[in-house]
Ligand binder design. Structure first.
Ligand SMILES: *Cc1c(COP(=O)(O)O)cnc(C)c1O
Ligand SMILES: [Zn+2]
Length: 419
């Protein structure tokens, strides 16, 4: 393993890493905290290289996140790129849901269509491409479920070894969808935050690429593609409002970063937009800070069915607060009961079955409309970040057969199911 940017980063528009707090610069390396002030590092780009990207060059690219390779930190070299086909998921017009909510124009960016059925395939594809470029042979992560699914699948696809850590109380779908690839899966009796702390300790001992530790700056950039795609799919323009689920808060900050980059590069006309953040009440440290006007996020112990969002100590919480405040958006949080209602509402109006995170987002949108924070007349994009089949526990008790009958016509006729 090499410590400085190896040849495999040739072609990358990234110029290095920069501290989000003090601005201290570091060359491209598998590090995530500033040596001067211990704040998180972020990828910095060479503006001249980003400017080489045009609408035409993007449109000529593959139907995956890699059409935006010129705006990402790693994966330009197709030899080390890790690609299961993430990205270019459907942007669905949602007229029935819009009507049910009293909105004029609503879209659902539906990331359930990714290879392992959540938006995490975007970040993992970029993170593992960076890990390979740095020469690692083992990748690891702490996960609330979807990251585990995606890391195990992508690592297997390219012959990397994966050691994945999850809380032991995850949904069965998430456990099976990680274990099935035959990699090492370590279930830990504790919360995600306990698992994450353990991973940071292990990271000091093992020469592995930890997706959300030492290669986190590269990982996080993958989320920008959820901003790029929405703009491209709208015909190269920005929506007026976006509603985004928050775990660590990273995705929300990166959609905003993508919109600002596209405007700055002239790929879209700069137009105002508002960013809204969604959490479950049982784990709402960022939304609670917003509600109370705090600049810092107070850690909580998660207790919600929205396990994919259950990060009690969210690393990007303060940055998510900044984005929402700067753009004039808002945050909200909803009960587990409302999460299930949100899943049902999206399914029954649009035929889209969302993960609990999607239920959180639909229910939060409904709440923010009621409180007047979201403008019902402004064009809005709601992000559905995962597939409902991953979290069937949430709806298993309410989504049941209309009737159960004997296999005879008379039983059917008597059942009332003919309507
Ligand atoms: C991880 C995840 C998110 C949000 O992740 P951030 O940590 O906020 O970037 C949203 N939805 C789903 C389904 C997830 O798995
Ligand atoms: Zn610093």
């Amino acid at each position: 393993m090499t410590s400085l940017a190896p040849a495999a980063f040739a072609g990358s528009p990234a110029s290095g890493l920069i501290c989000r707090e003090c601005g201290h610069r570091t060359p491209l390396a598998p590090v995530h905290v500033c040596t001067e002030c211990f704040a998180p590092l972020e990828v910095e780009y060479d503006e001249a290289k980003l400017k080489l990207v045009t609408r035409a060059s993007i449109e000529a690219g593959p139907q995956t996140i890699w059409r935006y390779a010129g705006l990402l930190p790693a994966g330009q070299d197709v030899e080390t790129r890790v690609d299961l086909g993430a990205g270019m998921t459907k942007l669905r017009e949602a007229p029935n849901l819009a009507k049910a909510l009293g909105m004029r124009k609503l879209w659902v960016k539906d990331d359930s269509g990714n290879p392992t059925h959540s938006f995490k395939d975007r970040v993992v594809s970029v993170a593992l491409s960076a890990a390979r470029a740095f020469g690692y042979d083992t990748v690891s992560c702490a996960s609330t479920g979807n990251l585990a699914n995606s890391v195990a699948a992508h690592a297997t696809h390219v012959g990397l070894r994966a050691v994945v850590f999850i809380p032991s109380d995850l949904e069965q779908g998430k456990v099976v969808q990680t274990a099935v690839y035959g990699q090492t899966l370590v279930a830990v009796d504790g919360t995600y935050d306990d698992v994450n702390r353990l991973c940071s300790e292990i990271a000091e001992q093992e020469e592995w690429a930890f997706v959300n530790v030492n290669v986190r700056p590269y990982y996080a950039e993958g989320s920008k593609t959820l901003g790029y795609e929405v703009a491209e799919q709208l015909g190269w323009r920005l929506p007026q409002q976006v509603v985004i689920p928050m775990a660590s808060g990273s995705l929300l900050t990166k959609v905003d970063k993508a919109f600002r980059e596209l405007s700055k590069l002239g790929l879209v006309d700069a137009s105002p937009y508002k960013v809204f953040g969604a959490q479950a009440t049982g784990c709402s440290p960022i939304a609670t800070a917003f509600e109370n006007g705090w600049d810092t996020v107070k850690p909580v112990k998660p207790n919600t069915i929205a396990k994919s969002l259950a990060i009690g100590n969210p690393a990007d919480g303060p940055y998510a607060l900044d984005v929402v405040r700067r753009t004039g958006g808002a945050m909200g949080h909803v009960s587990d009961e409302e999460v299930v209602e949100g899943i049902s509402l999206l399914a029954e109006t649009e035929g889209v079955f969302a993960e609990t995170a999607g239920g959180v987002t639909v229910a939060t949108l409904r709440q923010l409309l009621k409180t007047g924070r979201v403008d019902p007349d402004a064009e809005t994009v709601l992000y559905n970040t995962g597939d409902g089949l991953k979290t069937i526990e949430a709806t298993a008790l309410t989504s049941v057969p209309t009737v159960t009958i004997a296999p005879s016509y008379s039983a059917f006729a008597k059942s009332g199911a003919a309507g």
